[in-house]
Design a protein around this ligand. Structure first.
Ligand code: MN
Ligand code: MN
Length: 324
């Protein structure tokens, strides 16, 4: 029977522009709330962009994504999934970072997510810049390395910036591999493009056994073929999904700090997530939405729509296999 407490507010009951915006109009259930332990999938905001090396703004992402997500209805248009019926979902609020201290922020984020792991709550995160994924993975991979499907224009595998800065949004997955949070042989990076500093990140990927699929290969092979390979690489073991909004062409997602032209459409951006069905997804994130660079809320709405796709991928039953 459906637990009515965890149902989102319907647009039939209260107009979408009315009310206090939570993620997808779900109840806000923060730690200490009597129903906190009943949550199965928790939507979390991490308003933090201290890892940003160029144009900032993702600290404003969760608020814009909550607002845009009031447009999301309860049923998936293609799969007809009802994730709010099949799973108890809630907005768990924001993790408060320390914008003046990267290490302290990461400690706070990991501590928050460790509570979720302890309660068996799977997190769907709204960033934040891409450094956000590192402290999340530190909590989620406590019992061993995870696989990862990573959509991005960039590998985020650099070693350091500015002569010694090891924690930026260009380095999280290098650190995650070094720290044993990811099994590099079960990591696939999809959509990589843009001008490069050098081949250092690609060299690291090759040496570690990470599969990098550049956009040229994606476009030549087609998304269905690429995603079949991605599912094979991640396999049946626990897998994290990390989605940088700059994976999408900036014509569709201008509101981001490091746009790269020549990317997928918003249609393909949504459909690749649907092709993750069948994986054992222990958590997912949507990062790098930067509202100050957005145009008319287009990026925030795409981001909110991608969060719904990610939620449906998390709610899909692995034994039903891929939706293709
Ligand atoms: Mn990234
Ligand atoms: Mn990127």
């Amino acid at each position: 029977m459906t637990d009515t407490f965890f149902q989102p507010v319907s647009g039939f009951e209260l107009p979408r522009f009315a009310g206090v915006p939570s993620f997808m109009r779900l109840p806000v259930v923060q730690p200490g709330h009597p129903r906190f332990g009943d949550v199965q999938i928790g939507l979390v905001g991490v308003p933090w962009d201290s890892g940003t090396t160029n144009r900032p703004g993702p600290r404003h992402g969760p608020r814009a994504l909550r607002d845009a997500s009031t447009m999301i209805r309860a049923m998936h248009p293609v799969t007809h999934q009802r994730p709010f019926v099949s799973h108890r979902c809630a907005d768990l609020g924001d993790v408060g970072p320390n914008p003046a201290n990267i290490d302290d922020s990461m400690t706070r984020i990991t501590a928050f997510y460790a509570q979720l792991v302890q309660k068996g709550i799977r997190p769907l995160t709204a960033g934040g810049d891409h450094l956000t994924s590192l402290p999340v993975l530190r909590a989620l991979a406590a019992d061993g390395p995870l696989g990862m499907v990573h959509f991005d224009s960039h590998t985020d595998l650099y070693n350091e910036y500015f002569g010694g800065a090891r924690y930026t949004h260009g380095t999280p997955f290098r650190r995650a591999v070094e720290e044993g949070l990811l099994d590099p042989t079960r990591v696939v990076q999809i959509g990589i493009r843009g001008t490069m500093y050098d081949t250092e990140d690609r060299d690291f990927a090759k040496a570690a056994g990470i599969r990098v699929i550049a956009i040229e290969e994606c476009m030549a092979r087609g998304w269905a073929d690429v995603m079949a390979e991605a599912r094979q690489i991640a396999g049946s073991e626990p897998t994290y999904v990390s989605y940088d909004i700059d994976f999408v062409d900036p014509a569709f997602a201008p509101g981001t700090g490091t746009p790269e032209v020549g990317g997928p459409t918003s249609f393909d951006a949504l459909s690749v997530v649907r092709q993750l069905h069948g994986l054992d997804i222990v958590g997912a994130d949507l990062v790098e939405v930067s509202p100050p660079f957005d145009l008319g809320g287009a990026t925030a709405y795409l981001g909110a729509s991608l969060m719904f796709e990610l939620l449906c991928a998390m709610a899909a039953e692995p034994d039903k296999g891929a939706w293709v």
